[in-house]
Design a protein around this ligand. Structure first.
Ligand SMILES: C[S@@+](CC[C@H](N)C(=O)[O-])C[C@H]1O[C@@H](n2cnc3c(N)ncnc32)[C@H](O)[C@@H]1O
Length: 177
């Protein structure tokens, strides 16, 4: 069987304006003080790929436009909606008032393993990812409705934040859409 790789124009991707108009996964990604601009850009690109509603950049998380973010976002800062909150607690309060279930993606006591989590199709979710060193902050962990953990089977303590976002967003997408 021939597996000729597709050319870019054969991928039939949406334009930025088509993307903005299309239905979205009912998920907002919240970044709690993410330090690396390359991670931030990669999360934009991943969020574009799974058509998330919005990214909330919180605390020290850098905002577009920025050359270092663009290196990995590759233009996804133009398609994916984003806003910035100085304090992640404000973002969470706002999202809760808008009816989002607030979920930390973190390794914590009483977390639900990702494979056991069944999202409700009618629900909206705010998924919080934490800092590369400290994880989701303790104050934020006090405000969540639940916590989802990705199972790991090797020697390392955690995944890279972008890898975590890719795993979790695909899991939500495949279970909801
Ligand atoms: C590199 S990890 C942070 C590790 C840090 N040592 C800590 O105390 O959490 C960055 C972020 O990736 C996500 N993450 C990484 N591995 C994960 C896992 N196994 N389950 C859930 N989230 C994970 C979390 O959002 C975490 O805050």
């Amino acid at each position: 069987m021939d597996h000729r790789k597709l050319k870019l124009d054969e991928l039939n991707r949406a334009s930025v304006s088509e993307f903005k108009a299309q239905d979205k996964l009912p998920v907002v990604v919240v970044l709690d003080n993410v330090r690396s601009m390359h991670n931030i850009g990669s999360i934009f690109r991943t969020s574009d790929g799974f058509a998330v509603e919005k990214i909330c950049l919180c605390g020290i998380t850098a905002q577009p436009p920025h050359r270092e973010i663009e290196k990995t976002a590759l233009g996804a800062t133009q398609s994916v909606k984003w806003d910035h909150y100085v304090n992640p607690l404000e973002a969470i309060e706002h999202l809760r008032n808008e009816g989002y279930k607030i979920i930390a993606i973190e390794q914590a006591e009483n977390s639900i393993m990702l494979n056991d989590f069944i999202p409700t199709k009618t629900e909206k979710y705010a998924l919080i990812f934490g800092n590369e060193v400290n994880g989701v902050s303790d104050e934020v962990m006090q405000m969540i409705d639940s916590c989802i953990e990705i199972p790991q089977f090797g020697t390392k303590h955690s995944f890279n934040i972008v890898v975590s976002a890719g795993i979790v967003l695909w899991d939500f997408f495949s279970k909801i859409v």
